[in-house]
Design a protein around this ligand. Structure first.
Ligand code: MN
Length: 209
């Protein structure tokens, strides 16, 4: 995948997102952006091959190995997107608020937990399974992204699964729980401000609907 699809979907005169250019930086960084578009999801991005390989995870990543999280592979994003946060304007692709939920470094690994090269990692993605060690603020330890195979040809559905290690937890782990209270309050305030337009149906009963 090139960055053509990414660029095609956006009007950079309007959105503050960065334009798509390949990077030559070799650092293996990752970012997870919580994206409140029409449907809330978490954009999981790994820096590989001069782009951000990207998956949209509706429920967000989990540290619980029994929680297999659906991850839809989406178009590669430019590496400069790693710092993007803000609000994509209404009427544009992916309109809504983006915050950086977690970021850090990752290391692609093989089944023996040994580091592999960037090229091997890209090949692993092509084959439909990539393992990696994450070192973020929220996400740590080993994970795997594995493509769901079906007969319909190209399939963008993958699963993001935590491996059992010292960072795994058996507790219910909801990504939403770890969103800071401050951020939640900010979101509520905005919604409340929007709703101040006069309504002709006051009363609690009406509001409940
Ligand atoms: Mn998104």
């Amino acid at each position: 995948m090139s960055l053509a699809t990414y660029n095609k979907k956006r009007d950079f005169k309007i959105t503050s997102e960065p334009a798509g250019k390949k990077s030559t930086d070799k650092a293996s960084r990752f970012v997870i952006q919580r994206h409140h578009a029409s449907h809330l999801h978490y954009d999981f991005r790994l820096e590989l091959g001069g782009v951000l390989k990207s998956w949209a995870v509706p429920k967000g990543p989990s540290l619980n190995p029994t929680a297999k999280r659906l991850a839809m592979m989406v178009e590669d994003h430019p590496v400069s997107y790693i710092d993007f946060k803000g609000t994509i304007p209404e009427g544009n692709y992916g309109a809504g608020k983006v915050i950086i939920w977690d970021k850090g470094n990752f290391m692609p690994i093989n089944k023996d937990h040994e580091p592999i090269s960037e090229k091997q990692a890209l090949d692993a993605i092509k084959k439909g399974e990539i393992k990696f060690f994450m070192n973020g603020k929220k996400l740590k330890g080993e994970f795997v992204l594995v493509q769901l195979k079906n007969d319909a040809g190209s399939n963008n559905s993958w699963l993001l699964i935590k491996h059992r290690d010292e960072y795994a937890t058996d507790k219910k782990y909801d990504s939403e729980d770890t969103v800071s209270i401050k951020d939640k309050k900010a979101g509520e305030k905005k919604t409340a401000t929007k709703k101040t337009t006069p309504k002709k149906t006051p009363g609690k009963a009406a509001k409940k609907k």
